[in-house]
Design a binder for this molecule. Sequence first.
Ligand SMILES: Nc1nc2c(ncn2[C@@H]2O[C@H](COP(=O)(O)OP(=O)(O)OP(=O)(O)O)[C@@H](O)[C@H]2O)c(=O)[nH]1
Ligand SMILES: [Mg+2]
Length: 177
Amino acid sequence: MLQLNTDKIIFTGPVGAGKTTAISSISDTPPVSTDVNTSGEERKLKDSTTVAMDYSYIEMDDGTKVHLYGTPGQTRFDFMWKILTKGGLGLVLLINNDHPEPVKQMEFYLDSFSDFIDETGVVIGVTRTSINDQANIEDYQAKLFERNQIFPVFEVDSRSEGDIKVLIQALLAILAN
Ligand SMILES: Nc1nc2c(ncn2[C@@H]2O[C@H](COP(=O)(O)OP(=O)(O)OP(=O)(O)O)[C@@H](O)[C@H]2O)c(=O)[nH]1
Ligand SMILES: [Mg+2]
């Protein structure tokens, strides 16, 4: 039985995949964010980046709360990944398709979070497919198949509340089984 009133879902994925945006799209209240202005090479990619976490919550139809945490994408903050997943219900992995090797990025995050995923579950959301279509959903699924991993993969826009709701519902459905 899921104890949703105390449970949390963690959003992870590379820089610019849309984790902060997704949590903000779906939140009932303005999220807590630890974004700072980017500097150096990151600056070319985006204006701000998460350095500790994003936090917010959503209320389910039955009134229970699900807490949402977003990790920093930058690997130099990867010490936060373990801290944030502790006691978590499951993982939403967002992948930025507008990257030279997005499928490799999916593999990197699946490997980095493998212990947590084994204990819980994961759904994968691929963002920015309209900007770059070099990899499509079948490419991600083929790689998962090769790795003997059966996880749902959705094309999403992090700015869409509906798209992020689908991801969360899919994750909760997997966890309920
Ligand atoms: N086209 C498109 N743009 C998006 C999408 N999701 C986010 N963005 C834009 O991409 C930029 C970066 O998004 P963030 O939500 O900050 O990315 P993040 O994953 O939190 O990045 P880090 O915190 O640096 O790891 C923002 O300007 C968003 O508006 C998406 O699904 N499609
Ligand atoms: Mg962020």
